[in-house]
Every structure is written in C-alpha cells, then in structure tokens.
Design a protein around this ligand. Sequence first.
Ligand code: APR
Length: 176
Amino acid sequence: MATELKDRIGIVEGDITTMDVDAIVNAANTTLLGGGGVDGAIHRAAGPELLEETRRIGGCPTGEARVTKGYRLPAKWVIHTVGPIWTGGDKHEDVLLANCYRNSLGAAVEVGAATLAFPSISTGAYRFPLERAVRIALKETKSFLEADQTVQKVIFVCFGGEVYRAYQEALDEVFD
Ligand code: APR
C-alpha cells in the first residue's frame, strides 16, 4: 500500500502556472484579490477573468479553500487556499496549514480533479518554517490519499532548489 501511495506523489522543481494538471492550488490571502509570490504568478498567467471570479467569491478564511476556473492557465481549476502567517507556532499555525492541504484536496475531489499541484503554502511571505511545513504537507496528503481514490496524483511544485530538497528529504521519512 505504501508503495502505491508513494506513486501518487510527485515532487518537481518549476513554476506551478505551467503545470498541465486538472487543478493547481494557489497560496492566496484572505481577500482572494491577488498578491505577490505564487498568487501574483497565478493571476498573471490566468488573466483578468480570474480576479473577476475571486472578487465575486468575496474572500476566504485561513485554512479553507475556494475553487475557481483556471481561465488561460493549462489547469482547468484553481483551488485558492489561505495559509497561516507564522507568528511563532502558538497560534495553531500547524493545524491551519494542515487544513489548507486537506481542504484543498477535498475541493479537488468535489470538482473531480484527478491530478493536482501544490505550491509550498505559507513558506514564502508568510514565513512558515520550511521543513516543518513540508512534513505537514506530506503527512496530510498521505492520510488523505489513504482514504480517497479520486485524486490520482499530487505534485508538489518547488520554486527553487531549497524547497525541492526539503520535500525530497521528507518524502522517505513520511512515506516509508
Ligand atoms: N510556482 C510555484 N511556486 C512558487 C511560484 C510559482 N510561480 N512563485 C512563488 N512560489 C513559491 C515561493 O517560492 C514559496 O516557496 O510559493 C511558496 C509560497 O510563497 P508565497 O507565494 O509568498 O506564499 P505564502 O508564503 O503562502 O504567502 C501568501 O503572499 O503573495 C502573497 O497574496 C499572497 O498574501 C499572500 C501571501
């Protein structure tokens, strides 16, 4: 079973906006009105219709996920989730980050997305410690995939070598 689960995980270096998967996850903020980092890249690549749709949604609480179309992106869907801002770890940041992964995977199942790509949520502007975030991401995804058969492939898209190495190092620890 573990081997099969591991086959449903991918770790790549690259730009999530180029991923040809059913859904990509955006590390958004609670307004859903765009921003810098991966949020800015996704809005730039998707085009202005994305902001029109997110404006209509009217925001998203930390830890939750909202789905929009992908517009000019290769991906059919964008799942916007809002990660916690790291303030030292005593404001339930670990739980909120785990909620981002679980709720994004749940949203993917709701729209029938079989392939999904995640950025490294909260580890940029929101300053969540990388190794800690990576283990939460992999553990939460593993437990979700153990119970779900709709999502066939989850790809962690790392923007740079440091994040890529962090995922590679944690993968065997979490999946073996
Ligand atoms: N593809 C994949 N990953 C990317 C891309 C990209 N094109 N651009 C940036 N990243 C990576 C960053 O290098 C980091 O590893 O995404 C990870 C998350 O960083 P941020 O985008 O800064 O997201 P986060 O830390 O969750 O902060 C969210 O930043 O952009 C604003 O509106 C956003 O207020 C929100 C906050």
